[in-house]
Design a binder for this molecule. Structure first.
Ligand code: ZN
Length: 425
């Protein structure tokens, strides 16, 4: 048993913001009561959360853990350790491993590795198509049985409207969300950043915002046709957000996520430094401003990191040749506090919702601080000051444009199934 006392409990699911103590059993929350009211047996472990916020366990709905197959960039062990340090109690891992997670045996391998080496919960996402090649539909039902929580061909879009329709039809009957990496590959071909004044100035090939929004429009239409749950990954463009807003106003089951780098940086920040290369690329200022609005007004359902580790030998090359993607776990919460809360865009409660109840709802789950719920908690300080040194990261990779940045706010403890998975020293 573990007693979390003297904390400020913030639970968006019940709109609770109060001084409460929380008693955890091994797996579940046992009791929640006003500060000082819970009586525990002598010897019960106590965590003093004075001055800290106690939130439901953060869920990252979009990450790449690289195992199996690319263990020189990340493993389930190193990735989940980094996730715990960032305050995440559960991580959804994308299927673009080697081999691709397109069948139940790979799904089971990931879950087995997570059980043995993982610091936090790992929820695999299965591929939509065999090998994510966009030709034949993957063994989705068998993967669901094995434990996937969603399907996606992330890294690329589901190749054709016909296949996307088939996948959605199938996933609707299985009640699984389809997570789309929205990109029209013909518009994005060869591009390494967003098309605009900056790409022209740098002489780098750019893709227009429409490379994303054209695909979002396609999938929203298909969600309406099939009734499937559609979730747009790493949404970056204003026009895409407008599609999602329209879909929600029609009552369609469409949700979306935004990454911290897309609500923090814009294309004007891009230099020839490959740490600024990600897909979708950093967008225009007006896109970023639209994302801030969407995060505030409820159009955006979740903050997701798209944690995409690449070992230095792969990433530290010319911008054109470098793979897309940056690390995400360590900087998500501090960037959200800085860019969303302290800037006055969002309440702290809404920010917590975007890390907890929001992604849970996308997955058809619940995340709240109440008896009987999983004993997963994220305890954080909104004002602890620190400087990000990427060399300190438990991740095997170092590709972050935020290295060296001074932050205010950090996870102080990450509790998974009643166990302390990370505790700041
Ligand atoms: Zn993606």
């Amino acid at each position: 048993m573990l007693l979390i006392k003297n904390g400020r409990v913030m639970d968006p699911a019940s709109n609770t913001d109060a001084a409460l103590d929380v008693l955890l059993d091994v797996e579940k929350i046992k009791e929640v009561a006003p500060a000082g009211k819970i009586v525990v047996a002598a010897g019960t472990e106590v965590f003093d959360a004075a001055g800290l916020i106690v939130a439901p366990g953060f869920i990252d709905i979009h990450a790449h853990l690289r195992e199996p197959g690319q263990e020189s960039s990340e493993t389930i062990e190193t990735g989940t350790k980094a996730a715990a340090r960032g305050g995440f109690t559960a991580v959804c891992c994308m299927p673009n491993t080697k081999p691709v997670n397109d069948n139940a045996s790979v799904t089971r391998f990931i879950l087995d590795r997570a059980k043995v080496t993982g610091s936090v919960r790992v929820w695999p996402i299965g591929a939509a198509s065999v090998g994510s090649k966009g030709e034949a539909i993957a063994e989705i039902a068998a993967m669901k049985e094995a434990g996937i929580v969603a399907v996606s061909d992330d890294g690329k879009p589901i190749a054709t409207a016909k296949l996307a329709r088939q996948v959605m039809d199938y996933c609707r009957s299985l009640d699984l969300p389809v997570i789309e990496h929205a990109e029209d590959v013909s518009l994005a071909a060869g591009a390494v950043m967003r098309e605009g004044v900056t790409s022209t100035r740098l002489g780098l090939r750019g893709m227009p915002a429409a490379a994303e929004s054209v695909c979002v429009a396609r999938d929203v239409q298909l969600s309406e046709l099939t009734g499937a749950r559609l979730h747009i990954a790493h949404l970056s463009a204003k026009a895409s957000l407008e599609q999602v807003r329209w879909a929600k106003s029609r009552g369609l089951r469409v949700t979306c996520e935004v990454t911290p780098h897309h609500f923090t940086l814009i294309d004007e920040d891009v230099t020839y430094d490959s740490r600024f290369k990600m897909n979708p690329p950093l967008a225009a200022r007006e896109d970023r401003n639209a994302l801030l609005e969407g995060l505030a007004d409820g159009t955006v359902d979740a903050i997701a990191t798209d944690h995409a580790p690449h070992e230095p030998a792969l990433k530290d090359v010319e911008f054109d040749r470098a793979p897309f993607g940056i690390l995400g776990f360590a900087t998500a919460l501090p960037l959200a506090l800085e860019q969303l809360v302290r800037s006055g865009q969002l309440s702290l409660m809404r920010m917590v919702e975007l890390f907890t109840q929001g992604p849970a709802r996308v997955l058809g789950m619940e995340r709240r601080i109440a008896p009987g719920q999983p004993a997963d908690l994220t305890i954080f300080s909104p004002d602890r000051e620190w400087t990000y040194d990427v060399n300190d990261s438990p991740s095997k990779s170092r590709n972050s444009p935020f290295d060296g940045r001074k932050f205010k706010g950090a996870a102080v403890a990450t509790i998974v199934a009643g166990r302390v998975a990370y505790r700041a020293s």
